[in-house]
Write a protein that binds this ligand. Structure first.
Ligand code: CAA
Length: 264
């Protein structure tokens, strides 16, 4: 792959968008490579993903403006669908994805971070949806996910004014969960990812599914989704190991050990 790097450290997969010269802007090739990278993740071995950008300046500076500049109406719609398909794949990916936002996250960059489960960022990060300044709407889900994440009022302000916000403001409005010095961002992302990877993997996947699917429906339907996924956990070996360990610990504190979950 030319523009996407993938490496695995223990049970964590790290995807790096690697088009530093263009501040990791998303052209069609990057989107295709991202999609193929996700298809290639070994879900038996990897329990959490981190998504980041190459270099220290930019996470993703948006969709590629050069590529978009000559699109017709139909081509524009198709380009939007192309991005949306990849971002939906990321959002619905069975295991959690942490966006480690290491700089500019503008337009499609902000949008791809919002397709991830969790966002943390470096102190030089900048978020925004500058599209209306380019004569377009956000096209990779920004109008939908920003409003869901930070509320309609704040999303509308950001999108209508095209004003970028710095890391501290992104933290204040709940767009990111934490801000780190640039040099510490990847360690923090890895620590969080390893913490997730140490939990019962089927239970973690079911939590992701329950939260994502539950947010689209009424509370009654949402709790019904949770009940089903909760029930499914009782067929797993990991549930027996996790609860068995707790009970052993109660009987005899010397028997405490960290459970090594088997993804079964
Ligand atoms: N598309 C294509 N190329 C981009 C790009 C983008 N979104 N963002 C940056 N680049 C390229 C620049 O053209 C430049 O390339 P050259 O060296 O070949 O000229 C290189 O990256 C470095 O960029 P700058 O020289 O502009 O760097 P800077 O530090 O002066 O500015 C910046 C950084 C503020 C992020 C500025 O590059 C910028 O404003 N980029 C565009 C951000 C933007 O508007 N993003 C939204 C795109 S629209 C979108 O994403 C639609 C959607 O929802 C699908």
């Amino acid at each position: 792959m030319e523009f996407v790097l993938y490496e695995v450290k223990d049970a964590v997969g790290i995807i790096t968008i690697n088009r530093e010269k263009a501040l990791n802007a998303l052209n069609s090739q990057v989107l295709d490579e991202l999609s193929a990278t996700l298809d290639g993740v070994d879900l038996n071995a990897v329990r959490c993903l981190i998504l980041t950008g190459a270099g220290e300046k930019s996470f993703v500076a948006g969709a590629d403006i050069g590529e978009m500049s000559t699109l017709s109406k139909a081509e524009g719609e198709a380009f939007g669908k192309k991005g949306n398909d990849v971002f939906l794949k990321l959002e619905k990916f069975p295991i959690p994805v942490i966006a480690a936002v290491n700089g500019f996250a503008l337009g499609g960059g902000c949008e791809i971070s919002m397709s991830c489960d969790i966002r943390i960022c470096s102190d030089n990060a900048m978020f925004g949806q500058p599209e209306v300044g380019l004569g377009i709407t956000p096209g990779f889900g920004g109008t939908q996910r920003l409003a869901r994440l930070v509320g309609a009022g704040m999303a509308k302000q950001m999108i209508y004014t095209a004003r970028n916000i710095k890391a501290d403001e992104a933290l204040r409005i709940g767009l990111v969960n934490a801000v780190y010095p640039q040099a510490e961002l990847m360690d923090a992302a890895l620590k969080m990812a390893n913490g997730i990877a140490a939990q019962a993997p089927i239970a973690v996947r079911n939590c992701k599914k329950a939260i994502n699917e539950g947010l689209q429906v009424s509370i009654d339907e949402g709790v019904a989704i949770e009940e089903k996924l909760f029930g499914d956990c009782f067929e797993t070996e990991d549930q027996k190991a996790g609860m068995g360990n707790f009970l052993k610990k109660k009987d005899d504190p010397t028997k405490v050990k960290v459970v090594s979950f088997q993804n079964k």
